[in-house]
Design a protein around this ligand. Structure first.
Ligand code: GSH
Length: 195
């Protein structure tokens, strides 16, 4: 299994999952700031030009954080990364999708790369402000979802925590205060990472 990964990107969450599962894997590192993801050799493997992408042992490529995370949880059930009852599974996927689609794609992506969404510097400032608002709303919701639990689904680490791990690790870039509860939660998640 080979993970196409950029350190400091959302693929950090997949690294965390793979390390928790404890399965052997290779890393192919890309420098997304230098534009490795848009080079023809990578586009030939993943035409989306994004990380994470997971090349499975059967030669199939999986992209999109939630799909990779779901596949890993199902492929390695002994790691217990996803509840098996329909209600628990749906709830975990609901949280995972919220973090990736709302906090990352509608929040941090706008703050970190406003040039991808608007042309003029004024419009880019507006995009950044909208992204920051989405992060504020998203983090408040995440804080409510966490409540006094250890992890988002309770006492056990599960898939949505891996997405929360990468999104919270970006806080110095988007500069929205996490608050004490999310700070403690992020510290807990960081202790699970061997990095
Ligand atoms: N929806 C995708 C988002 C992936 C994504 O945006 N990856 C970023 C890194 S966090 C990337 O590859 N950026 C490089 C680029 O857009 O050129 C997923 O869930 O995997």
């Amino acid at each position: 299994m080979k993970l196409f990964h950029a350190p400091g990107a959302c693929s950090d969450g997949i690294v965390l999952l793979l390390d928790i599962i404890g399965v052997p894997y290779e890393i192919h590192e890309l420098d997304v700031r230098k534009g490795d993801q848009r080079q023809p050799d990578y586009l030939a493997i993943n035409p989306k030009g994004k990380v994470p992408a997971l090349l499975r042992d059967d030669g199939r490529l999986l992209t999109e954080f939630p799909a990779i995370a779901f596949w890993l949880a199902r492929k390695y059930p002994e790691a217990e990364l996803l509840p098996t009852d329909p209600d628990g599974e749906a709830r975990a996927l609901e949280l995972l999708d919220f973090i990736v689609s709302s906090i990352h794609m509608r929040g941090t992506a706008l703050v970190q790369r406003p040039t991808a969404f608007a042309g003029s510097p004024e419009a880019q400032d507006e995009v950044k402000a909208m992204g920051r608002q989405a992060i504020e709303r998203g983090l408040s919701q995440l804080d409510r979802e966490l409540g006094d639990k250890k992890f988002l689904m309770g006492d056990r680490f599960s898939l949505p925590d891996a997405a929360a791990y990468y999104v919270l690790s970006w806080q110095p870039r988007y500069q929205v205060p996490l608050g004490e509860r999310l700070e403690n939660y992020y510290a807990r998640l960081s202790r699970l990472s061997p990095a």
